[in-house]
Ligand binder design. Structure first.
Ligand code: UTP
Length: 293
């Protein structure tokens, strides 16, 4: 088994029910965050970590995702004719980011089932799973830290984040023991969407994973779990009990779940405030607006 170079897998075939009606005909991964679809930030994060091969798992009504990463010769020709170099660069950027592939999931039977669809593309290599609606601050190096830990420990690595008790039921939650490194833990168990009382810790799994290929045979026999879906958490639980174990990197930076309405709005406001072209005016307006609240 060779670890590097690794490929990224972005599951984007979910139904996005938390964001209806916007996601009725449009995947939540294509919702714009300021002026780029959420999934483009995720591909950029993969590229920044040194990954140049990305597989997107798409479902029905997901053609807009493949269109976004394709070139559009007529639009490019128009912008070139107008001499609009900035817009031309923006239009061309997604198709030049990485080598992007697509595979269909068919029925959205769960995240574990979506990841299993990557098996023939990934083969017998380690790979990163990056949820297409989970945005990690571009200033962070979470994925690189996870790849380093994976290489060092020869085991699957998940990203963990402390969440308040009232939100714990929304996540897969880890039971952990410390290691010799700060912010790196060994995972001894995992529970998908537990109640506050059942939660083994306050550390929730967020949408970044670096997995060993031996997750595939486990996923092949993983039965539907919580919500009747084939859960990646259940397969990781089994892997954690096996020989190599599973490790967690604790992330303390900024992250947005753009599949949830409130997080999505916060992401847009914060990221737009930091932009040179939009920030000054938006911040001034926000200050005035806040006074009216
Ligand atoms: P979520 O549970 O956040 O996605 O899955 P969902 O089911 O689309 O969302 P809600 O809860 O109904 O609003 C986590 C990730 O896994 C993908 C989703 O697209 C999302 O990125 N996923 C989920 C799949 O690709 N296939 C599935 O069968 C389920």
């Amino acid at each position: 088994m060779s670890n590097l170079p690794i490929k990224a897998v972005i599951p984007a075939a979910g139904l996005g029910t938390r964001f209806l009606p916007a996601t009725k005909a449009m995947p939540k991964e294509m919702l714009p965050v300021v002026d780029k679809p959420a999934i483009q930030y995720v591909v950029e994060e993969a590229v920044k970590a040194g990954i140049d091969d990305v597989l997107v798992i798409i479902g029905r009504r997901k053609n807009s995702i493949s269109d976004h990463f394709d070139s559009v010769p007529e639009l490019e020709a128009q912008l070139e004719l107008k001499g609009d170099a900035t817009k031309l660069a923006q239009v061309m950027a997604p198709s030049e980011l990485a080598d992007i592939h697509f595979v269909r999931q068919g029925d959205p039977k769960g995240l574990g089932h979506a990841v299993l669809r990557a098996k023939s593309h990934v083969g017998d290599h380690s790979f990163a799973v990056m949820l297409g609606d989970d945005l990690i601050d571009a200033k962070e190096d979470l994925l690189s830290r996870m790849i380093d830990q994976h290489t060092k420990r020869g085991a699957s690595v998940v990203a963990l984040m402390e969440v308040p008790p009232e939100h714990i039921h929304l996540y897969g939650v880890a039971q952990i023991e410390p290691t010799d490194e700060d912010d790196v833990v060994r995972i001894t168990g995992m529970v998908e969407k537990p109640s506050r009382e059942e939660a083994p810790s306050n550390l929730a799994v967020i949408g970044r994973y670096v997995l060993s290929p031996d997750i595939f045979p486990i996923l092949e026999h993983t039965a539907p779990g919580k919500g009747g879906e084939i859960q990646l958490t259940d397969a990781l639980e089994e892997q954690a009990r096996g020989e190599g174990g599973v490790y967690g990197v604790v992330f303390r930076g900024r992250r947005f779940d753009t599949g949830a309405k409130l997080d999505y709005i916060e992401a847009i406001v914060q990221l737009a405030c930091e932009r040179e072209d939009l920030g000054p005016e938006l911040r001034a307006w926000l200050k005035d607006f806040a006074k009216t609240l």
